[in-house]
Design a binder for this molecule. Structure first.
Ligand SMILES: [Zn+2]
Length: 328
């Protein structure tokens, strides 16, 4: 997500790897929890078994233990420096926006938000400017992280965004990126990233990231907006549909990539709810973040730096979005 630099990586809370990692997936209609699916990763990521299961007990730290619309938030252990990566900024350029074609998603609008900006490292004053995210003020944007070999999260997020755009356009969707090759040298700020999705009246929005956690911490997680209502932030109408979107993306991402759910956040569910991200707090359209893996773990880094793997990641995210947009 968005660390200011490797040297600022926060201590990570390491949890023992539990049994088969599970991603609890809720099948939802807006606002109502109908049932649960658990995707069990069978060793080695060779496949995913789907079976029904009961909701996690209320005492569980799982973000899924709270129904959509609740105020519950599972603050991630790394919440502090991990600022609202991914949301926005001041944008002066024109975000990529191309008309959709024909296909099942004709008429649907998807906003893809590639986290950070490769130029943020050189514009610290600009990105450190505080912006209003409703609940409080936060930095305009952050630099994001990188692999130990220097492959930056900003490059990763843009590459996956381009692959994802191609896949969604093939389905007929109209796709807008919050930044692209012709964007300014930094940002946009998190509030602007949210605003782009809102202005586009996106049917779904997804912010693409990779984490910068401690070596040994592996796996992906999808970040869902918690319920906030303060200042310009009012996520109450989007908590339910965003949860639905996030659960679908988690399931299809796991299926396509074989990447396990995070072993350090989300209690094995691959889902984390947060209320401290401007890009989610200020969104008025269904939106989630995905942290595709941990750039600071050598095994995850080997995947994140592979073009073939990034294609699988884009495929997984795309399938989740398509599933969400075609739900009845
Ligand atoms: Zn990030």
């Amino acid at each position: 997500m968005s660390y200011t630099g490797p040297e600022f990586d926060p201590p990570q809370q390491r949890r023992p790897r539990r049994g088969p990692l599970t991603v609890a997936l809720a099948a939802l209609v807006p606002g109502a929890l109908l049932g649960w699916l658990v995707y069990e990763e069978v060793g080695g990521g060779s496949g995913a078994e789907v079976r029904t299961a009961s909701p996690a007990p209320a005492s569980s730290a799982s973000p899924l233990s709270s129904a959509p619309g609740s105020a519950s938030t599972a603050a991630s252990p790394d919440a502090s420096p991990h600022t609202s990566a991914g949301d926005d900024g001041k944008v002066s350029g024109t975000p990529s926006d191309r008309p959709g074609g024909t296909g099942p998603l004709k008429g649907k609008v998807v906003v893809i938000d590639p986290g950070h900006n490769p130029g943020n490292f050189r514009h610290t004053a600009e990105i450190n400017r505080q912006v209003d995210i409703g609940t409080n003020h936060k930095e305009c944007d952050t630099t994001g992280t990188s692999t130990n070999d220097g492959y930056t999260e900003a490059r990763f997020s843009m590459d996956v965004a381009h692959r994802l755009r191609t896949l969604l356009e093939r389905q007929g969707a109209t796709v807008k990126l919050t930044r692209d090759g012709d964007s300014p040298a930094w940002g946009p700020c998190v509030d602007e990233r949210a605003r782009i999705g809102n202005t586009a009246r996106a049917d779904a929005a997804v912010s693409i990231h990779a984490d910068g956690s401690a070596p040994g911490n592996r796996g992906f997680h999808v970040i869902l907006p918690g319920s906030v209502h303060a200042g310009a932030a009012d996520t109450r109408p989007i908590v339910g549909p965003s949860h639905d979107l996030g659960v679908r993306i988690a399931g299809t991402f796991l299926r396509e990539t074989g990447e396990p759910p995070s072993n350090y956040l989300g209690e094995g569910t691959g889902l984390v709810t947060r209320t401290d991200l401007g890009g989610l707090n200020l969104s008025t359209v269904p939106k989630v973040f995905i942290e595709c893996g941990n750039m600071r773990d050598s095994k995850d880094a080997a995947l994140l730096t592979s073009g073939a793997w990034r294609q699988k990641a884009a495929q997984g995210i795309s399938e989740g979005i398509v599933s969400f947009l075609r739900r009845s």
